[in-house]
Design a binder for this molecule. Structure first.
Ligand code: GCU
Length: 443
C-alpha cells in the first residue's frame, strides 16, 4: 500500500494525528473527556442521537462513498449571489452586504463566533540566530505570543511561531506562513524529494514562518476548556455558537500577522497562509475571515475546508460532527448530523472560498488513487468552481474552467487555482506550482 495513504489511514485510525503524540493512557483520557463534552453539547442542542459517519477505510462494509455517480444527492447549492430575501447581488457594494449574511451563517452554524473580548497578545523574541539555508544567509526568530490572562490566570496561553527571512533584506519580503504539525519524536514524516519548500521560497527572496496551532488550542474536544477558547470562557464549556478550534487556529494566524506588521523585514501586505488537511481547513478559514492575508495555499482540506459539504463522497458532515472532530466547529454544527442534514446547511464551502474574494486561493489535492478518496479532490474543485461567480462580480477570474482535470495539469489562470498533484496526503509536490502562481501577486 502507498505510504502517504497509510499515513492518512493512520491519522483516521487515531482520529487525530494530534493524538498520535500522546501515550495510550492520555489518549483514552482525551477521548473520554471529548466524548463527555460532545455529549454535553448534544444536550444543550436537545439532540439525543446522531447519524454515524461512514468509515475512512475503503475495505469496511460502511466505507465512505467513492462512486462519483452517487456523489451529488443535492439539486442545487446555496447561491452566494442571492440575498436571503431573494433579491440579486449585482454590484461590489451589494457583495459587501451579502458577504456579511454569509459570514453570519458560517459564524453561527459552522465555525463559531470569535468572542469580542479575546485578550491582547504581546510578541516576544525568544531567540534569534543567523544561519545559512541552501546557500542563502538567513535570520531565524523563535517567537512567543503571550496572551494576557489577567482576567483568568488559571489558564496560560502562548503562541509558538518561528520566522525565517533572508538576512538583512534590501526591502521587506513576502512571507508564506504554514500551520505546522508538531510531529511526535519518532514519527516518520512524509519524504521530500528535491529542494525543500522553505529553500524554494528563500531562493525567490521570500521568507517563511511556521505557526504551531496546537500551542494555543489543542486538537481535541478535551482541550476546549483550555487554550485560547478556554481562557476566554474562563474554563467553562462553550455556548452553542462559540468558536471552534479552526477559528481559534485562524485567530492565532491573525495575531502572527500583527507581529509581521511590526517587523520591518516583512512586507505584511504580502503574507500568505498555507496548511494541509485539518490545517488546510484552518488555512481557508483564515483566508476567508482575515482580509489581510494576501494569498492562500490550501492543501487537501477536504470536508470542513474547500470541499462541498453536500457531496456524498469521502468524509461526511457526520464524521466532522462526531466526538473526534466536532471541536473544529461551533457546537451548532453537530445539528447537521441529526436531526438536520447537510442539505439544511444555510451555506456551503464555495461560499467560504468566496469570502476570500477577490484574493487568490490555490486549492491543492493529492491524486485520489494515491491519497485515497476520503479527501474528495473533486469536491474541493467544485468548491472553487462555485466560488467563481463572486470573483467575477468583483472583476476577477475564478477557475476559468468547469471541467475537472483528469490529469495533473495546473489550473492557474484565475484568482482561484487548482492542482491535483501525483502524490498523496501532502502539499509538497505543489509548492513549485504554487510559487509560480503566487509570483503574480507577491512580487
Ligand atoms: C482525518 C480527518 C480529516 C482531516 C485529516 C487530517 O482524516 O477525517 O478531516 O483533514 O484527518 O487532518 O489529516
Amino acid at each position: 500500500m502507498n505510504k502517504s495513504f497509510l499515513i492518512l489511514l493512520f491519522s483516521i485510525a487515531t482520529s487525530t494525528t494530534g493524538l498520535a503524540q500522546f501515550s495510550q493512557k492520555d489518549r483514552d483520557s482525551i477521548n473520554k473527556l471529548s466524548y463527555e463534552d460532545h455529549q454535553l453539547m448534544m444536550q444543550k442542542l436537545g439532540i439525543e442521537s446522531l447519524r454515524p459517519g461512514p468509515s475512512g477505510n475503503p475495505n469496511d462494509p460502511n466505507a465512505a462513498n467513492a462512486d462519483e455517480s452517487k456523489a451529488s444527492p443535492y439539486d442545487s447549492l446555496p447561491d452566494p449571489l442571492t440575498f436571503k430575501d431573494g433579491s440579486k447581488v449585482t454590484s461590489a457594494e451589494d457583495w459587501k452586504k451579502r458577504r456579511a449574511e454569509i459570514k453570519e451563517d458560517f459564524d453561527r452554524e459552522i465555525y463559531g463566533r470569535v468572542p469580542e473580548n479575546v485578550p491582547e497578545v504581546t510578541w516576544i523574541v525568544v531567540n534569534e540566530t543567523d544561519s545559512v539555508i541552501g546557500n542563502i544567509p538567513v535570520n531565524i526568530k523563535k517567537l512567543k505570543g503571550e496572551v494576557d490572562n489577567s482576567a483568568y490566570p488559571e489558564i496560560e496561553v502562548n503562541i509558538d511561531l518561528k520566522l525565517t527571512t533572508p538576512k538583512k533584506p534590501e526591502k521587506p519580503v513576502p512571507v508564506m506562513m504554514e500551520f505546522g504539525w508538531n510531529w511526535p519524536a519518532n514519527f516518520k514524516r512524509p519524504e521530500t524529494e528535491g529542494t525543500p519548500w522553505q529553500e524554494q521560497l528563500l531562493e525567490k527572496g521570500w521568507g517563511y514562518a511556521i505557526l504551531i496551532p496546537t500551542s494555543y488550542q489543542a486538537d481535541n474536544g478535551a482541550g476546549l476548556r483550555q487554550g485560547i477558547i478556554g481562557l476566554v470562557n474562563k474554563g467553562e464549556p462553550r455556548k452553542v455558537d462559540d468558536w471552534g478550534t479552526l477559528r481559534a487556529w485562524a485567530w492565532g494566524a491573525s495575531r502572527s500577522l500583527d507581529y509581521f506588521e511590526a517587523n520591518p523585514d516583512v512586507d505584511a501586505k504580502k503574507v500568505g497562509i498555507e496548511g494541509l488537511s485539518r490545517y488546510g481547513k484552518a488555512a481557508i478559514v483564515a483566508m476567508a475571515y482575515e482580509p489581510r492575508f494576501a494569498i492562500g495555499f490550501i492543501g487537501s482540506s477536504g470536508a470542513g475546508g474547500t470541499k462541498i459539504l453536500r457531496r456524498e463522497y469521502g468524509e461526511q458532515v457526520e464524521n466532522l460532527a462526531s466526538s473526534g472532530e466536532y471541536h473544529w466547529f461551533a457546537p451548532n454544527f453537530i445539528k447537521y448530523a441529526g436531526p438536520l442534514t447537510p442539505n439544511d446547511l444555510p451555506v456551503d464551502a464555495h461560499e467560504l472560498i468566496a469570502m476570500a474574494a477577490p484574493r487568490p486561493v490555490f486549492i491543492s489535492s493529492g491524486d485520489p488513487d494515491v491519497e485515497g478518496k476520503w479527501i474528495d479532490a473533486k469536491g474541493m474543485f467544485l468548491g472553487g468552481l462555485h466560488a467563481g461567480p463572486v470573483y467575477e462580480l468583483l472583476g476577477k477570474k475564478g477557475l476559468g474552467t468547469s471541467t475537472y482535470p483528469e490529469g495533473h495539469e495546473a489550473i492557474t489562470e484565475g484568482e482561484i487555482a487548482f492542482r491535483k498533484h501525483k502524490g498523496g496526503h501532502t502539499v509538497i509536490p505543489n509548492w513549485p506550482y504554487f510559487i509560480e502562481y503566487a509570483e503574480k501577486y507577491l512580487e
